[in-house]
Design a protein around this ligand. Structure first.
Ligand code: SAH
Length: 350
């Protein structure tokens, strides 16, 4: 049999293509489809020989698809219609239309029946970037198989853009732990004892790599990533602050580096400074004193390259020079964890 012919829908910057390569199966992406012109430039830059269709998925005809005679579809359609903090429009959200179109033109009901008759099984996975928790309807193989990947990137509640959210303390806590009860007392920095303990536990899990393994060398260009005073004063209490020796971060979403709240962790580069000593009783201080204290933490954003590293993109992956910082964060925030998907592709084809 020749290489598996893969159709990559919603291809973005090519996270799926990266994962396909990492999975080491013999495969060829016969077409990648996305409407986003900026994403497409990045895709072309990294996968120049892959046919890229810059069009909407609804605009593809069944005949065009059939001509590709593909064996596998890899896709991560927009998740915003389904996220907890989003509008929860589900299939009534227009952003779901293209996916419904795909389901419609591929005779799904028939397809599943045929596959089942031929002895195929289908599997559903409940995913977190820290673990792949396997959840099989037919209980086979057993649930609770955990696969650990890279650094502990927590799934965050917020996949919606902060423009769509109203700001609430702790709305950036992760989906797994549920809504934080309003009654729980904050220890400092709007964090409850329970949340702090959860983070401490994750940071002491030696099986997960430290963030320092994913960081770029310190250099002059780093200065552009430090949080400006205005952001520090305004958002310090809402930030998820991590140090290079942490083994967790929150999920980096598309507003990162621009909207501060709930979009991803920031890095405390002054490792010897105790967070508690900075935040205890800080409310009592003048703005100027607050700023002085907060500045001792030397907080910076993760760079796009560091987020690529955390997402498992290979060192060869890159952006064309003209793609701006804001665009890079946006595109990366929409992408996926390459290691997790590579593992899934191996399971699927193994
Ligand atoms: N897996 C991709 C990103 C998926 S995010 C990556 O690794 O980067 C969803 C992508 O779907 C976005 O790039 C968006 O531009 C694209 N998209 C959304 N609706 C679309 C439609 N109707 N037709 C084509 N592309 C669409």
């Amino acid at each position: 049999m020749g290489p598996v012919r893969v159709l990559e829908l919603y291809s973005g910057i090519g996270g799926m293509h990266q994962a396909l390569r990492e999975s080491c199966i013999s495969a060829e992406v016969v077409a990648a489809v996305d409407v986003n012109t900026v994403a497409n430039e990045v895709y072309k830059h990294n996968f120049p020989s892959t046919p890229l269709w810059a069009k909407t998925i609804e605009g593809i005809t069944l005949a065009e698809l059939n001509r590709l005679s593909f064996d596998m579809i890899l896709m991560s359609p927009p998740c915003q219609p389904f996220t907890r903090i989003g509008l929860q429009g589900d299939v009534s959200d227009p952003r779901t239309n293209s996916f419904l179109y795909i389901l419609d033109i591929l005779p799904r009901g028939k397809l599943v029946e045929t596959l089942k008759k031929c002895g195929f099984k289908y599997q559903e996975f409940l995913l977190s970037p820290t673990y792949i928790l396997e959840n099989f309807p037919d209980q086979e193989p057993k649930a609770s198989v955990k696969h650990r990947v890279a650094a502990g990137l927590e799934k965050e509640s917020s996949f919606t853009s902060p423009e769509e959210e109203h700001i609430e303390p702790n709305s950036g806590s992760d989906a797994g732990s549920g809504q934080c009860s309003q009654k729980e007392a904050f220890v400092f920095k709007l964090e409850t004892a329970k949340e702090m303990e959860r983070k401490r536990n994750q940071d002491s899990d030696l099986s997960i790599q430290m963030l320092k393994d994913f960081l770029e060398e310190d250099g002059e260009e780093m200065s552009q990533y430090f949080l400006p005073p205005k952001a520090l004063l305004r958002y310090a209490f809402l930030l998820d602050i991590v140090t290079p020796s942490c083994r967790r971060s929150t999920c980096f979403t598309k507003g990162y580096g621009h909207y501060v709240e709930g979009t991803g962790s920031v890095l405390q580069t002054a490792e010897d400074v105790q967070l508690e000593s900075v935040f205890k009783s800080i409310e009592m201080l003048s703005e100027e004193e607050k700023l002085m204290k907060l500045s001792t933490l030397k907080l910076r954003y993760f760079t796009p390259r560091e987020i690529e590293n955390l997402h498992g993109f290979s060192p060869e992956f890159g952006f064309p020079d003209k793609i701006t910082m804001k665009q890079r964060y946006r595109l990366l925030g929409n992408s996926l964890n390459v290691h997790v998907v590579a593992k899934l592709i191996s399971l699927l084809t193994g």
